[in-house]
Design a protein around this ligand. Structure first.
Ligand code: ATP
Ligand code: MG
Ligand code: MG
Ligand code: MG
Length: 423
């Protein structure tokens, strides 16, 4: 069940039923709607997105993933080969070139990637496992685009596709990617749940989803507090699935979740159609076993804001905050004249003592504004640390006011303690 956090005034260009993350991201200038379900990513959102992409790259590289970039345009021919030109019909953005050849803007790339691999000729068993991924824009003509970046019609997805020699190895790959997903969400310090899921139009025989529990979530998840079973309601008969686990239905509870990732074991569904084959050690031709693994990159960004923020202030997982430190010198003409050079000096000192923070600091030099006004803005945007250069910073032994925005704690620290806290 969805409970709207706010309804924007009717008649405004952005007048859609909103949720907290969409409202905060629009109000604080992170995103701007271009058309329904299509958004401009403004500087702070883009910085955060790029940080998320770097983390995902690290996790994908740690399991032997190689990054590529496939075209957004994929020919109808490929989609017709798997029958998905028809079955995925209304969700595909279809386009036609001047010669009447039809394409769609890729909503996912199983067909494209399998054709790519098959087009290189028969693989050798020595080249397997093959784990390739991309982070690109995806296009889906969603029936109801809503909630900002949570359900867009154009959005960023990380999609990995894997090719293995046999089922046993494909399952090992499945486990490796699932572990990488768990590591990613743990590093982001996001509370997540992993549940059994339906394979839907992508197909395959085993599938798990990753969700951030939230009332705004559009998926209904069921959990057993006795055996740890968890499943998406879309899976079908939850009761039957769960008997096969602990034999009682009384212990099931439901919760809403935002689907942020999805893993599929595909078997040979696509590799058979496109002849993605390899030669085994006896030079026999065999079909590769595939998996595909999606992460909703822009959705993770919005979902993290949705679950971490207060009603009026954005909060980020530490690793995704667009900047870590925000320095505010007192207002020009105030009693604390001289704060500006001290702020610049502090900025330089932080950069030289803590070089990893070099690109993580904002010095707010809008000195015509009061400290209070700039502090309010810094807190609304959720920068983790705000440093105020006030009266005590002008003393011979300067003390800096450090606000930890996530805990709300404010302390006066000398330079040495300040660097320790920020490092
Ligand atoms: P949903 O059930 O929310 O429609 P899906 O099951 O259709 O998602 P998948 O095909 O599994 O999505 O795609 C992989 C991931 O891409 C999803 O787990 C989700 O995080 C993300 N995603 C899917 N659709 C959208 C969308 N419209 N906007 C933003 N992210 C999306
Ligand atoms: Mg969908
Ligand atoms: Mg889904
Ligand atoms: Mg899914």
């Amino acid at each position: 069940m969805y409970r709207p956090a706010m309804v924007l005034p009717p008649g405004s260009k952005q007048s859609v039923l909103s949720c907290k993350s969409q409202r905060l991201m629009m109000e604080h200038g992170l995103i701007r709607q271009s058309s329904p379900g299509v958004y401009h990513l403004l500087p702070l959102a883009l910085r955060s997105l790029e940080k998320l992409i770097r983390l995902i790259d690290e996790e994908m590289h740690s399991i032997g993933g190689t990054k590529i970039s496939m075209p957004c345009m994929t020919t109808s021919e490929l989609w017709k080969a798997t029958n998905r030109w028809e079955t995925n019909g209304p969700e595909l953005f279809k386009v036609e070139d001047r010669h009447g050849i039809q394409y769609c803007l890729g909503p996912t790339h199983e067909e494209a990637v399998t054709d790519l691999i098959a087009s290189q000729g028969r693989l050798s068993h020595k080249q397997l496992p093959l784990r390739i991924y991309q982070i690109t824009r995806k296009f889906r003509d969603e029936k109801r685009p809503r909630f900002g970046l949570l359900r867009g019609r154009e959005f960023y997805m990380k999609d990995m596709y894997t090719f293995d020699a046999n089922t046993e190895n494909a399952i090992k790959t499945y486990e490796a990617v699932n572990q990488a997903y768990c590591r990613l969400f743990n590093r982001l310090q996001l509370h997540f749940v992993k549940v059994s899921a339906d394979t839907g139009s992508i197909g395959g025989s085993m599938s798990h989803e990753y969700h951030l529990p939230a009332d705004t979530g559009e998926d209904e998840l069921w959990f057993c507090n006795r055996c740890g079973f968890g499943a998406n309601k879309e899976l079908g008969d939850i009761d039957i699935e769960h008997c096969s686990h602990c034999g009682t239905t009384n212990s099931l509870e439901s919760r809403q979740g935002i689907e942020v990732g999805h893993a599929f074991y595909l078997g040979t569904k696509y590799s058979k159609v496109f002849n993605a084959d390899y030669s085994d050690s006896n030079n026999q031709t065999r079909t590769t076993e595939m998996g595909c693994y999606g992460l909703g990159v822009t959705r993770i960004l919005a979902a993290a804001i949705e679950v971490s923020s207060t009603d009026n202030e954005i909060r980020w997982p530490h690793l995704l905050a667009p900047y870590q430190i925000y320095i505010i010198p007192s207002k020009d003409g105030s009693k604390e004249a001289g704060a500006q050079p001290i702020a610049v000096g502090l900025y330089d000192q932080i950069v030289s003592h803590l070089p990893h923070l070099k690109h993580e600091i904002i010095l707010d030099d809008r000195n015509h504004m009061t400290i209070g006004k700039r502090m309010k803005e810094a807190k609304s945007l959720g920068y983790p640390f705000v440093i105020v250069i006030g009266k005590k910073a002008l003393q011979p032994e300067p003390l800096f006011e450090l606000c930890n925005v996530n805990t709300g704690e404010t302390r006066y620290l000398n330079t040495c303690d300040l660097f320790c806290t920020l490092s």
